[in-house]
Design a protein around this ligand. Structure first.
Ligand SMILES: [Zn+2]
Length: 306
């Protein structure tokens, strides 16, 4: 099953997508070990300039863009890539912080809350960067279908994207939810009630366990978000990947879905991705440097905040 969790039967088109995505991933892994003599785009050459021009033209001509963002866009705001090299999840065993362990014992929950509180402190100290503002500007000029994000930091909304335009595949660290009922509370209100030893209050409605509204290891992704993200992907005319290397599911699934529908792909990412060869433009540079001049040329009004 493509997206895991307790889903209904997988439609055939999605199964085809899984097969294609696996094939792409395998070819990507092979290329890591057996790189071709000329692989990818060399920065600081004319080739890169051409790719930026191509991206600018694609954005200019598009009427409904889906921005697919990953950790790369938030590292420019100083938020570490928690799952990337050197990230917090490389220093700890992720299984210790799985949903199963969270539910299993108060000790696990305390450890979870201590770790989660550290990450939350980094997130609240951060601000949207030029790339987030550029994405918000796409909505302002009427070109944005949706932002599908793997990030849990809420920085797209802070930059000005409306809540209903942002689909958070991995949930949000800005809210706390009950695992037994629908109770939700803003984290900035709740966080002061978490004790330094990691003890957190239970749900005031039903007494159930409260947890940040992020998707933990071992926890199913949210079906509504996946359905909306698939619809937006199938109904855009440009799928713009920003700061994602597309190697983690379900990240790899959405570009493959776009390709299967004949939708153009563009990629702004520092590293190579398995879909570079499928993209109409690939710019390997910081999104905060690449995107602002492109969106500013769409609507020459006030300069974007930096
Ligand atoms: Zn509850």
């Amino acid at each position: 099953m493509l997206f895991g969790g307790k889903r209904t039967a997988c439609p055939e088109s999605r199964l085809a997508l899984v097969n294609r995505t696996m094939a792409v991933s395998i070819s990507f892994i092979l290329r890591q070990y057996y790189p071709s003599p000329v692989s990818g785009i060399t920065p600081s050459t004319g080739i890169m300039r051409d790719e930026r021009d191509k991206l600018s033209e694609l954005v200019g001509n598009a009427e409904r863009i889906v921005v697919f963002s990953g950790a790369g866009i938030s590292t420019e705001s100083g938020i570490p890539d928690f799952r990337g090299p050197g990230g917090v999840w490389t220093k700890f065993n992720p299984n210790d912080f799985s949903i199963q362990n969270f539910m299993a014992s108060p000790e696990h929950r305390k450890r979870y809350w201590i770790r989660s509180s550290e990450m939350y402190a980094q997130i609240v100290a951060s601000r949207p960067n030029a790339a987030h503002h550029a994405v918000a500007r796409l909505e302002e000029v009427g070109k944005l279908g949706a932002v599908i994000t793997q990030n849990v930091d809420g920085l797209h909304q802070q930059a000005g994207n409306s809540k209903d335009k942002v689909i958070e595949l991995h949930g949000t660290t800005r809210e706390i939810g009950c695992l037994s009922c629908d109770y939700r509370v803003q984290r900035d209100i709740f966080q002061p009630r978490v004790q330094p030893d990691g003890t957190a209050p239970d749900c005031e409605i039903c007494g159930g366990l409260l947890k940040p509204a992020t998707i933990s290891f071992g926890q199913a992704l949210l079906e509504d978000e996946l359905t909306r993200a698939a619809w937006e992907t199938e109904n855009c005319d440009l799928f713009l990947i920003v700061g994602s290397s597309l190697v983690v599911f379900p990240a790899a699934g959405f570009p493959a879905l776009a390709i299967s529908r004949g939708i153009k792909l563009a990629i702004v990412n520092l590293q190579e991705t398995p879909h570079d060869a499928d993209a109409a433009a690939v710019v390997r540079a910081q999104a905060g440097e690449v995107l602002p001049p492109i969106v500013e040329s769409l609507m020459p009004v006030a300069p974007l905040p930096s």
